[in-house]
Ligand binder design. Structure first.
Ligand code: HEM
Ligand SMILES: CC(C)=CCC/C(C)=C/CC/C(C)=C/COP(=O)(O)OP(=O)(O)O
Length: 304
């Protein structure tokens, strides 16, 4: 039956399925978090004086470059993804999208995202965007099957959108932006160690050298989760490297308090790695990150 003779309802549902497949290529939930990080970074870099237009276009540009990186990761890992329960039904791994369709998505989102960063922002924002893409696609992704250090490289790549937001504003580096970058790098270790434990059998099946694969006792993952969670408690002290004010003191205290809560879940996971402690640590990490963003903005509140 040719496409034109298919019943309208069926054609509509097929178009919707394809649209959702392309959306899945972009890893939209991680993308949303990354966009929020860029919004906050623009605000923090300028102590609240960034224009709304800069904030929105920088976030949109990063979202598109990030979608391109995620699409490339789907394509590069299509064979490995087939071996993992969590990823086997992904659009490229399952064959619903062809390599041509996936790579076209990668090229179009990269071109539009890069143009947005260059023409609405500046060459530095584009450079950091391309650098983040390269760190994720060319360094982190191939390292996953080589060494468990991959997560540390992934953590740096995952924090680089802070630098896209900062460079878009053209502002000087300040204490809150450096603290936000550090928080993002460090946060990803407890975030991912919980995931590495939950999906350890999947990762082993695909040959990914995650901490829970190279050390099946779970201790390596547990140590990394607790050490980096503790580090999150002290990082807000870095805010005092800049001008101090009541808002900075309040923001630093609340950031440390949030980190203590996150640390509690890392501590439970450190003591015993099981379904409950790992899932709770993952959930805590997903609550911790968006909660820190308004607080770091508070720390950059203009002193009058
Ligand atoms: C080393 C770095 C990172 C690794 C290896 C990693 C890995 C993952 C994986 C595998 C999941 C899926 C968990 C599941 O299906 O249950 C996930 C979830 C998530 N991650 Fe990360 N992540 C990293 C960094 C980041 C960063 C930088 C962000 C955003 C700023 C982020 C935001 C999220 C969000 C929002 C989710 C939940 C939504 C979803 O499952 O798509 N992650 N992460
Ligand atoms: C501008 C730009 C490029 C933004 C992207 C930001 C960025 C680098 C986020 C990466 C976070 C990360 C390492 C996710 C896990 O990927 P994974 O491959 O381990 O996840 P998977 O197993 O679900 O594929």
């Amino acid at each position: 039956m040719s496409t034109s003779t298919l019943p309208l309802a069926r054609r509509r549902s097929e178009s919707l399925t394809r649209a959702l497949d392309y959306l899945e290529l972009a890893k939209p939930r991680i993308g949303l978090f990354v966009a929020l990080v860029v919004l906050a970074s623009c605000y923090v870099a300028t102590n609240g004086s960034s224009s709304l237009q800069t904030m929105i276009t920088a976030s949109l540009g990063t979202l598109l470059v990030g979608a391109s990186a995620s699409g490339m990761n789907h394509w590069l890992e299509r064979k490995l993804d087939q071996r993992m329960v969590r990823t086997a039904s992904r659009p490229v791994a399952s064959g619903r999208l062809s390599s041509f369709e996936a790579l076209s998505f990668v090229a179009v989102t990269m071109a539009v995202g890069s143009a947005l960063l260059l023409f609405t922002q500046n060459p530095a924002a584009l450079l950091w965007g391309v650098g983040t893409w390269a760190a994720y696609v060319l360094i982190y992704t191939p390292l996953k099957t080589i060494s468990s250090w991959n997560t540390w490289f992934g953590a740096v790549a995952g924090a680089m959108p802070v630098l896209i937001g900062w460079s878009a504003t053209g502002a000087e580096l300040n204490a809150p932006i450096l603290v936000l970058f550090a928080i993002l790098v460090v946060w990803q270790l407890p975030h991912f160690m919980a995931i590495a434990w939950i999906y350890r059998h999947d990762y082993e099946q695909a040959g990914h050298q995650m901490a829970t694969v190279v050390d099946k006792t779970g201790r390596l993952a547990a140590w990394q989760a607790i050490c980096f969670a503790v580090l999150l408690i002290v990082l807000p002290l870095g805010l005092f490297a800049g001008p101090s004010s009541t808002t900075v003191i309040v923001a630093a205290a609340l950031l440390a308090l949030l980190a203590v809560a996150q640390c509690w879940f890392a501590w439970r996971f450190f003591n015993i790695q099981n379904e409950q402690t790992s899932r709770r640590l993952l959930l805590a990490s997903l609550i911790y990150l968006p909660s820190t963003l308004p607080l770091i903005c508070l720390a950059a509140w203009p002193v009058v």
